[in-house]
Design a protein around this ligand. Structure first.
Ligand code: DGL
Length: 268
């Protein structure tokens, strides 16, 4: 008998554990769905890698999720999302760039949007390209912030040094009079407090987790993605390509208040 697709989990992929911010949001928003998370902790960071390498890693990780199997894959990783168009997928593949660009273009009034992201994401020009497809008149100002991922992983999300680094990265964007800022990296929502301090209430932030949640909700409503309908509370399972106590502690911190299940090793 053919497998009922609606009962399969949704796969969420990230280069590491930052994508758990997306998993946490999707879990809260779709409590009846099952989720499987894969973090490529053995090969993080993607943000400093070339498109060719990111494409290779992405294809291997998606093949792993498809083998489980899953009914859809969310590429929570922004650096990974820049190469999502290069991989083949048998199931719907969601990347975070399109939804983030859409949300920002609907939010801005001044038509000046800032993007903070890894170097790979900034160099790909994916956010400006997507925004210009929607509204060519919008001006986009990008800033690569390579120091922010290590600060989050170190647990320094509420720290004067992090506030200073965030302020330094945001200064040129603020000088460009942006009114909307895309947090174009899985780790940045964890730094929302530092961002808000530096932005001083003048700029709206767009978080990819919320933007991708809106798109999945639309697809459930349009029956483009079959929703689970047994009324049972959903589960989630975590896989990473490398396992350590440090990863488990970080996962627990990001997922809170959700309890962190044990992490299984994935051979991709
Ligand atoms: N997950 C990556 C992103 O959203 C950040 C970490 C990395 O560089 O791999 O771009």
């Amino acid at each position: 008998m053919a497998q009922d697709q609606s009962q399969l989990p949704i796969g969420v992929f990230d280069s590491g554990l930052g994508g758990l911010t997306v998993l946490r949001h999707l879990r809260e928003r779709f409590p009846h769905e099952d989720f499987v998370y894969l973090g490529d902790t053995a090969r993080i960071p993607y943000g400093s890698k070339s498109p060719r390498t990111i494409q290779k890693y992405l294809a291997q990780n998606l093949a792993f999720l498809n083998r489980l199997p899953v009914k859809a894959v969310v590429v929570a990783c922004n650096s990974g999302s820049t190469q999502a168009h290069t991989v083949k997928s048998d199931v719907p593949l969601y990347d975070v760039i399109g939804p983030g660009a859409l949300c920002a273009s609907l939010t801005t009034k001044s038509k000046r949007i800032g993007v903070v992201a890894t170097r790979a994401t900034v160099l790909s020009e994916c956010y400006p390209n997507e925004i210009h497809k929607l509204k060519p008149e919008i001006q986009v100002f990008q800033q690569a912030c390579p120091l922010l991922v290590p600060l989050v992983e170190e647990g320094w999300d509420d720290d004067p040094i992090t506030n200073l680094v965030v302020y330094r990265y945001l200064s040129p964007l603020l000088a460009s009079n942006i009114d909307t800022l895309i947090l174009g990296c899985t780790h940045y929502p964890i730094l929302k407090k530092a961002f808000n301090k530096a932005l001083g209430g003048r700029v709206q932030t767009v978080d990819s987790a919320e933007a991708i949640g809106d798109q999945i909700e639309r697809d459930f409503q349009l029956h483009k993605l079959p929703a689970k309908h047994d009324g049972r509370t959903g589960t989630f399972k975590l896989y990473t390509t490398d396992v350590s106590d440090t990863f488990e502690a970080l996962a627990r911190r990001i997922l809170a208040p959700l309890p962190c299940a044990s992490i299984e090793l994935a051979e991709v």
